[in-house]
Design a protein around this ligand. Structure first.
Ligand code: B12
Length: 527
């Protein structure tokens, strides 16, 4: 059977979809993945029509996160107008809003997709579309009634899932009205990959030990349970050995929710094998309370170069009571001190624009952050009330937000408030200066506001990129040529950061496209 998998994500790192594709191929199906970056047009481009016609798939799968809801609804409508091919939606949004998604697709995948899609292909081949599939995770409608199926227990033996390639040769991309094979046009692939395609993005686990109230994981536990499933070291290294053959892969970006969920034995074995066979810099994400010095040192010795740690707020009340995140700020301070000792580059993530946070708590956050061991960088995310999460349900009940507010506001677009501006530059200015600015509204003078306004663009265009470049060079043991190659690609890199900051441009193309669509395709936004 033939399966076409579509992604509307703006970048080509589509871990879940690639996994579904590799599994279907391993079962002998003919699979193609097509990236349609943010496609939100009123017509199906002739190139896409021709591609679908030529491949003639038996099933089309669309993978989506919540922000891709309208693009997914739009492309499904356009495909249905032109073709009679069943469509299945999968991915995190289909799990968070299954009933809503089912209005626009023939099937949705409520859970993991690997086995579900293979079973659905077999079902379509043997029983046909007219028969309601009796397949765990695969929901459909019959005479207007939703046919829910039980959730299949998640795959516990992750090694049974085929490893992921950096650019599979069945991966295609839509670019300037044409479709290209990414494996044959790797330059184009890198254009759409985050960080200029300099990294391979992967997961070594599935599941998170935390259930933060704003995060999709708090809802996924209802589907996947609380257990954390892990790949073996041998399986991870096997994937990386293949990936490493591509000369453009300069580092490995491990996107597990917390890498430290692995046992010490696992990490010791990983470090030994990684150093021996892969020996590329790598990045991990961590939770402050789950790190220890010895393990961190082992990982650093094996090439750990970047650590992404969520701090979210400097207020214990906000983290514990509002975010259900049992991390006190003193654990953050300890973790930051440990990271600083290793010389790995620290990237701290913060959530802003939280209506449940008081001004005093925002001031406390800035004060706390300014005391962390420098140098480090922070990235600020707007508190987005993604559907299905406990916090968004609470906020809807409290009339603070609406059910679909997340569709109207991109996560990187933060409020331009005085305290957000200050938090954004806090890592790059002396503590005394932070204290000078860090005042409640009632105590701020015109001078504070004007000075901060002047300071922010200066710091963002000079000190921030310099810090970024320095911490990366240091993390890569002062290997300048490696650093330049590594940071050259993505917009987050030092060089392009200067340009982006200078031009005042962010990653907001998504918002512009939606605004255009709202004006020109109003029907898409009706229920
Ligand atoms: C790695 C990751 C990324 C990577 C790669 C994303 C990707 N598509 O693979 C990058 C860095 C690109 C990324 C970006 C963003 N991310 Co992210 N990301 C994650 C993370 C940490 C892991 C995802 C993952 O790889 N899981 C492992 C795979 C195997 O699982 P999976 O993706 O769910 O796929 C399985 C099923 O869903 C299903 N499936 C998936 N696709 C399909 C398709 C079909 C047809 C079928 C049938 C089944 C199916 O089968 C898969 C295999 O079993 C999750 C947190 C989490 N634990 O899920 C957040 C998460 C998915 N991200 C999130 C967000 C918000 C974002 C951003 C919007 C953040 C930002 N700063 O802008 C961007 C959006 C980018 C975009 N859309 O253009 C949210 C999504 C919330 C939501 N409601 O949509 C999550 C859930 C984290 C959170 N805080 O809640 N992210």
């Amino acid at each position: 059977m033939k399966l076409l998998l579509l992604s509307l994500q703006s970048n080509s790192y589509i871990t879940g979809l690639k996994s579904v594709a590799a599994s279907a191929r391993a079962q002998g199906h003919d699979v193609k993945i097509l990236l349609l970056p943010g496609y939100l047009e009123s017509r199906l481009s002739p190139a896409i029509t021709e591609f679908i016609q030529n491949f003639n798939p038996d099933l089309i799968g669309i993978g989506l996160m919540s922000i891709e809801f309208y693009p997914a609804k739009n492309i499904s409508r356009l495909i249905r107008e032109r073709f009679d091919i069943p469509i299945i939606w999968g991915g995190v949004h289909a799990i968070l809003k299954p009933e809503e998604c089912l209005k626009f697709a023939d099937y949705i995948c409520y859970g993991e997709g690997e086995r579900a899609v293979v079973s659905l292909l077999e079902h379509l081949e043997t029983k046909g579309r007219g028969v309601v599939p009796d397949i765990p995770n695969v929901w459909t409608t019959d005479n207007g009634e939703i046919c829910r199926q039980p959730v299949s227990p998640p795959e516990t033996y992750l090694d049974s899932i085929p490893c992921q390639e950096y650019v599979p040769d069945y991966f295609y991309g839509f670019h300037k009205n044409k479709i290209y094979n990414f494996a044959e046009n790797q330059r184009l692939y890198r254009k759409y990959a985050l960080y200029g395609g300099t990294c391979h993005m992967m997961v070594t686990t599935r599941g998170c030990p935390f259930t933060c109230s704003y995060c999709g994981n708090s809802t996924f536990t209802a589907v996947y349970g609380h257990g954390i499933r892990k790949r073996s070291v041998a399986n991870v290294i096997a994937e990386l050995k293949e990936v490493k053959k591509n000369p453009y892969v300069l580092y490995i970006n491990i996107q597990d929710d917390c890498f430290f969920v692995h046992s010490r034995e696992w990490i010791i074995e990983f470090c030994r094998e990684y150093k021996k066979h892969i020996n590329l810099p790598f990045l991990v994400r961590v939770i402050p309370t789950m790190m220890d010095e010895e393990t961190l040192r082992l990982l650093r010795d094996a090439g750990l170069s970047w650590i992404v740690m969520g701090i979210q707020s400097g207020s214990d009340r906000v983290n514990i009571e509002i975010y259900n995140r049992k991390v006190r700020f003193r654990s953050v301070e300890k973790a930051a001190a440990l990271i600083a000792q290793t010389g790995a580059a620290p990237f701290y993530e913060m959530i802003v624009d939280n209506p449940y946070e008081t001004e005093a708590e925002r001031i406390e956050t800035i004060q706390g952050i300014s005391g962390l061991k420098k140098p480090y960088t922070v990235s600020l995310a707007h508190l987005t009330f993604f559907p299905g999460t406990p916090l968004s349900e609470r906020a809807v009940k409290d009339n603070i937000t609406t059910q679909d507010a997340y569709l109207y506001r991109y996560i990187v677009k933060i409020d331009k408030t005085y305290l957000n501006r200050l938090l954004d530059i806090t890592p790059y200015i002396p503590q005394r200066l932070v204290r000078f600015f860090n005042k409640p509204q009632a105590k701020r003078t015109l001078m504070h506001r004007v000075l901060l306004r002047v300071l922010v663009p200066v710091v963002k265009r000079s000190v921030e990129p310099a810090v970024y470049f320095f911490i990366t060079t240091r993390a890569l043991n002062y290997n300048v040529s490696w650093t330049v190659r590594t940071v050259r690609g993505g917009w987050r890199s030092a060089i392009s950061r200067v340009i982006f900051n200078f031009l005042g441009k962010g990653d907001l193309e998504y918002d512009r496209k939606l605004a255009w669509a709202r004006k020109n395709m109003p029907a898409l936004f009706e229920n």
